[in-house]
Design a protein around this ligand. Structure first.
Ligand SMILES: C[S@@+](CC[C@H](N)C(=O)[O-])C[C@H]1O[C@@H](n2cnc3c(N)ncnc32)[C@H](O)[C@@H]1O
Length: 237
C-alpha cells in the first residue's frame, strides 16, 4: 500500500526521474494506448500525452491498492490507469461517471479483476467511494460548484498524503474565473499546498524540459496530437 511518508514532492525533477526509471514500460504502454485510438476501437480521448504519462508514472511509483477515478467518458484515462495497475501487478480502480460509454470501450483483458465502474454522479455515490483510496483522479464536471463539493465532502474522507490530480485547470496561462480550476487553486493557495503541472501555457519551461527528456528516451512520437496538458497534480494535505 502507498505510504505517505515515503512520498516525494511531485516536481519536475521527480517526474523526470520517473520517466527515466519506467521508460521501457512506458514505451510499451504508449503503444498499447495508441492502438486504442485506431480502428476497431477509435476511442474518444481527453487527456494529453504528458499528463496521461505522469499519471501512469505516479501510479507505477505509488503501487496503489485502491485508485478512485471520477469522470471516465470513453475511458482514455481509465485505460491509462488500468495499464499502470496491470504493469504493477496489483491494485483496483473504482470509477464513477454519469454516462457508461466506458463499459463498452475498456478492453476486458485490462479490466478483468481490477476494475469496478459505478454509473451515476459521484455526488450521489459519495458513500460508495472508497475512503481507502491511495490515488484520486478527477476529470468530471469543470464547474466551481463541483470543485466546492469535492473539497467539502470528498477530500475530508481521503487520507492525507495521497496524490490527487485534477484535469482542465490550465488550458491557458491562468485558470478561468468561476471554474473548478479557480476554486481548487484558491483552496491549494490558502493551505500553501504546492501543485505540479506540465501545462504548455502555464508552465512552458517544464513542458519543454519534459518534451526534451521524452525525445531523449525515444518517447517523443505523440500518441495524441493535443499538447495543452492542463492537469494539476498535488499531494493531499
Ligand atoms: C472530460 S470527460 C472525462 C474524460 C476522461 N477522463 C478521459 O480521459 O477521456 C468528463 C466526464 O465527467 C463526467 N461527469 C460529469 N459530472 C459528473 C459527476 N458529477 N459525477 C461523475 N461523473 C461526472 C461526464 O459524464 C464526462 O464523461
Amino acid at each position: 500500500m502507498y505510504q505517505p511518508n515515503d512520498h516525494q514532492p511531485i516536481d519536475v525533477d521527480h517526474v523526470i526521474r520517473l520517466y527515466r526509471t519506467y521508460a521501457d514500460d512506458l514505451a510499451r504502454a504508449r503503444e498499447r494506448q495508441r492502438a486504442l485510438l485506431a480502428p476497431p476501437h477509435s476511442m474518444k480521448a481527453q487527456l494529453d500525452d504528458i499528463e496521461a504519462e505522469i499519471t501512469y508514472l505516479l501510479l507505477r511509483e505509488a503501487l496503489p491498492e485502491t485508485v478512485v477515478e471520477i469522470g471516465t467518458f470513453h475511458g482514455w484515462s481509465t485505460t491509462w490507469i488500468l495499464r499502470a495497475l496491470s504493469d504493477n501487478g496489483t491494485g483496483h480502480l473504482y470509477s464513477y461517471d454519469v454516462v457508461d460509454h466506458v463499459v463498452r470501450e475498456v478492453p476486458s483483458q485490462l479490466s478483468a479483476g481490477r476494475w469496478t465502474f459505478t454509473q451515476g454522479s459521484a455526488q450521489e455515490n459519495l458513500e460508495k467511494i472508497p475512503d481507502t483510496a491511495d490515488y484520486l483522479f478527477i476529470d468530471a464536471a469543470h464547474s466551481a460548484s463541483f470543485a466546492r463539493w469535492y473539497i467539502r465532502h470528498l477530500f475530508p474522507r481521503m487520507r492525507p498524503g495521497i496524490p490527487v490530480s485534477v484535469h482542465d485547470v490550465f488550458h491557458g496561462r491562468r485558470s478561468l474565473p468561476f471554474t473548478e480550476g479557480a476554486v481548487v487553486l484558491r483552496w491549494l493557495a490558502e493551505r500553501e499546498n504546492p501543485y505540479f503541472t506540465a501545462s504548455r501555457a502555464h508552465a512552458p519551461e517544464t513542458h519543454v524540459r519534459l518534451a526534451d527528456v521524452k525525445r531523449s528516451l525515444s518517447l517523443g512520437h505523440p500518441v495524441r496530437e493535443s499538447r495543452d496538458n492542463p492537469m494539476i497534480f498535488f499531494t493531499l494535505r
